[in-house]
Write a protein that binds this ligand. Structure first.
Ligand code: DC
Length: 237
């Protein structure tokens, strides 16, 4: 079981720890979660889903009805944040204030809300500190938007997983159909394009590849092929 609660701000990590960190950044729907979980399982590392953390904070802010501009209320909410990621049978459960919100945060709407709250400096400061804390405690495969650029700039292995917006929309529609949901392909594509634009144009920790990241275009590769490529790179480096 891995988890954390109310960590103190941590000093910057040292190089030795960065040897055990793999970062996987990229836009929504590029297949980061599948590939990160598979890579973590192969390496026996902890999988750190930082998007889930932003989604959980987004849910908490949404439920509390707090205006992001009200910084004292927002800071109080963040100070009281009780968030943990619990590895269970190959899945990661997201526990917010002792409630399992793993299902509640996995909607397209929560993705947009997470994207909005993630541009806030207080939210980023809080979650970056939590992510450092977890990175310091062991070997991790950290998935997100700013893992290689901001949170773990000293990570030894950095990847940026990309795919065309059309291919990402196609995959997302397929996933939703498999869950029995009706999908509007144009709407899903528009959401993906909007989220990419918002995530990459924000001032704080925007989505972009680290200068030393290996860029992997997964448009024509399946998850097994991407993982095999990454493991080979890690092995050879
Ligand atoms: O990966 P995801 O779709 O679960 O992420 C949801 C949103 O959270 C994403 O649109 C932007 C934000 N996010 C971020 O700003 N930084 C991260 N490291 C991870 C996610």
């Amino acid at each position: 079981m891995s988890g954390w609660s109310n960590p103190l701000p941590q000093p910057w990590m040292n190089y030795a720890m960065a040897e055990n960190i793999v970062t996987i950044d990229g836009p929504s729907g590029a297949g980061k979660s599948t590939v990160s979980q598979m890579t973590a399982a192969k390496l026996n590392y902890t999988y750190l889903d930082t998007g889930a953390m932003y989604r959980a904070v987004g849910l908490k802010i949404e439920r509390a009805g707090i205006d992001l501009a009200d910084e004292s209320l927002l800071q109080a909410l963040l100070d009281g944040l009780d968030l943990s990621l619990v590895a269970e049978g190959g899945e990661t459960k997201v526990i917010l204030d002792r409630e399992d919100v793993s299902g509640a945060i996995r909607t397209a709407e929560m993705g947009m809300i997470a994207s909005r709250v993630s541009a806030n400096h207080l939210v980023r400061k809080k979650l970056t500190a939590l992510q450092h804390q977890l990175g310091r405690n062991g070997s991790v495969v950290a998935e997100g938007r700013d893992m290689g650029t901001v949170v773990f700039p000293d990570a030894k292995y950095k990847f940026y997983l990309d795919a065309s917006a059309e291919e990402r929309a196609r995959r997302r529609c397929q996933q939703l159909r498999e869950k029995g949901q009706e999908v509007n392909e144009r709407e899903i594509l528009a959401q993906i394009v909007k989220r990419d634009q918002d995530d990459s144009s924000r001032a704080l920790a925007p989505l972009k590849p680290a200068s030393d990241a290996i860029i992997v275009d997964s448009s024509k590769m399946n998850a097994d092929e991407v993982v095999a490529f990454m493991l080979r790179y890690i092995d050879e480096k």
